[in-house]
Design a protein around this ligand. Structure first.
Ligand code: SF4
Length: 389
C-alpha cells in the first residue's frame, strides 16, 4: 500500500462519538448515567456543574468519583459552539457571532436595560419562513439548531458576563427566543432548551422571563400549550390577511384568525390569569402604518389578552422597506392606546453593530438558494453584496 493511501486511511479512522452533555435535560442525563451503571441523582450534579458553575472539565467536578470521571472522559464531553466574535455597541448591547457544527454562524444579542438584561437567542440556522422585511429570512435556511446549540448560547452569554462565579449578579435575567429562526419549527429542541433555562438546578429563570416568539405556526402553537407555559410573543406585523400574506408568507397557510385564536387558547391555558401575549408589530413606512391599519388591529385583537409592542423597521442593505416616520408611529400608537391597549415602542438598540431587531443575519450555508437569489437582486440593483457588516 503506498504511504499516501496509508495516511489517508489513518486520517479517517472513525473516532468514537461522545455524548454532548450540554444539551441533555435532567431526565435525559438520568438515563445517560443509568446506562453508565450510575445512580440517576448524578444528573442533578452534572446539570449544576455545567449550567450553574459553567464547568466543562470533568476533572474539576470534585463530587464525582475518580472512576466515574474516567468513564465520562471515555464516553462524554461538554461541547460548546465556538465564539467567532463579540462586539459591544455604544449603548451596551453585545452581539456574538457563533459558529455551529457544519460551519454556519448564528448571531445572538444581549440588550441591557435599567431593570433587566435580555438575551435574544437563535433557534435555527437561517429561517425558512422568508418574511419579506427580515434580514434572517434573506439568508435562506440550513438546519435546526440542536438543544446544545440553543442552550449553549445562554451558557456563552453567562460566561461572558462572569455569571458563573459564586454570588455573581445575574446579568442575563430574561431570554427571548426571537433571534434567527422560527422556534416552533424546531419544536422539541426549543422546548428542551427552554426547560433547561427554567430548571432550578441550571439557570433558574422563571417562566415569565422566558419568551417564545412565533410568526404563526398554528398547529405547533396549539401543541405548545400542552407542554409549557412560557411567555408568548406573536409576530403579527399586519392587521389583515391580504397584507400579512405579503409580509409573512406562512399566513397563507395559517391565517390571522387561526393564529390569534391559537394564541388566545395558549394564554387561557396558562395557570396565571394575569398573563398576556405580546403582539409584535414592525412598522414600515407606507406599508402597514396607516390609521386604518391601527384600527383594524384593535378590532382583530379585541378578544386576546395582550399588550402591543411597536417596532420601527430597521432597514438593511437592499431591503424593500423604509423606517416608519415618527408622525405615523405616534399616530398608530395613539389610536391603539385610545382603544384601551397597553402599547410600548421598542427603542432601537445596537444599531451600530447591526444587532437591532430584524437585522440578525449570521453566515448561513443556505440550502434553499434564497440567499443567492437575494444576492443577485442586490447585484442587479448595485447594492453592496454583503447583507450586513
Ligand atoms: S421574521 Fe422571524 S419567522 Fe420571519 S423570516 Fe425572520 S426569523 Fe423567520
Amino acid at each position: 500500500m503506498p504511504d499516501s493511501a496509508l495516511n489517508t486511511a489513518e486520517q479517517f479512522t472513525p473516532q468514537p462519538v461522545k455524548t454532548n452533555l450540554l444539551g441533555l435535560s435532567v431526565s435525559k442525563l438520568g438515563d445517560f448515567f443509568e446506562q453508565l451503571g450510575e445512580k440517576r441523582f448524578r444528573a442533578t450534579q452534572m446539570v449544576k456543574w455545567i449550567h450553574q458553575m459553567g464547568e466543562q472539565d470533568f476533572d474539576q467536578m470534585t463530587n464525582l468519583s475518580k472512576s466515574l470521571r474516567e468513564k465520562l472522559h471515555e464516553t462524554a464531553e461538554v461541547r460548546l459552539p465556538e465564539v467567532v466574535s463579540c462586539q459591544d455597541s455604544t449603548d451596551g448591547t453585545r452581539k456574538w457571532l457563533i459558529k455551529v457544527e457544519g460551519g454556519s454562524c448564528i448571531e445572538m444579542v444581549y440588550i441591557p436595560e435599567k431593570d433587566r438584561g435580555t438575551l435574544c437567542v437563535s433557534s435555527q440556522i437561517g429561517c425558512a419562513l422568508d418574511c419579506s422585511f427580515c434580514a434572517t429570512g434573506k439568508q435562506g435556511f440550513n438546519r435546526d439548531l440542536s438543544t446544545a446549540e440553543i442552550i449553549g448560547q445562554l451558557w456563552i452569554a453567562a460566561q461572558s458576563f462572569d455569571q458563573f462565579a459564586a454570588k455573581a449578579p445575574r446579568r442575563v435575567s430574561n431570554v427571548v427566543m426571537m433571534g434567527m429562526g422560527e422556534p416552533l419549527m424546531n419544536f422539541n429542541n426549543v422546548v428542551d432548551a427552554m426547560n433547561l433555562m427554567m430548571e432550578d438546578n441550571a439557570y433558574g429563570l422563571s417562566k415569565r422571563r422566558v419568551t417564545l416568539s412565533t410568526a404563526g405556526v398554528v398547529p405547533a402553537l396549539d401543541q405548545l400549550a400542552g407542554v409549557t407555559d412560557v411567555s408568548l410573543a406573536i409576530s403579527l406585523h399586519a392587521p389583515n390577511d391580504e397584507l400579512r400574506n405579503e409580509l409573512v408568507p406562512i399566513n397563507r397557510k395559517y391565517n390571522l384568525a387561526q393564529f390569534v385564536e391559537s394564541a388566545k387558547n395558549y394564554i387561557e391555558k396558562m395557570p396565571d390569569n394575569r398573563r398576556k401575549a405580546t403582539v409584535e408589530y414592525t412598522l414600515m413606512d407606507q406599508v402597514n402604518d396607516r390609521s386604518v391599519h391601527a384600527r383594524e388591529l384593535a378590532i382583530l385583537l379585541k378578544d386576546l389578552p395582550c399588550k402591543i409592542n411597536l417596532i420601527p423597521f430597521n432597514p438593511f442593505p437592499g431591503s424593500d422597506y423604509k423606517r416608519v416616520t415618527n408622525t405615523a408611529l405616534n399616530r398608530f400608537r395613539d389610536i391603539l392606546q385610545g382603544e384601551g391597549y397597553t402599547v410600548t415602542v421598542r427603542t432601537t438598540r445596537g444599531d451600530d453593530i447591526a444587532a437591532a431587531c430584524g437585522q440578525l443575519a449570521g453566515e448561513v450555508n443556505d440550502r434553499t438558494k434564497r440567499q443567492q437569489r437575494y444576492k443577485n437582486k442586490l447585484a442587479a440593483e448595485e447594492v453592496p453584496i454583503k447583507l450586513l457588516d
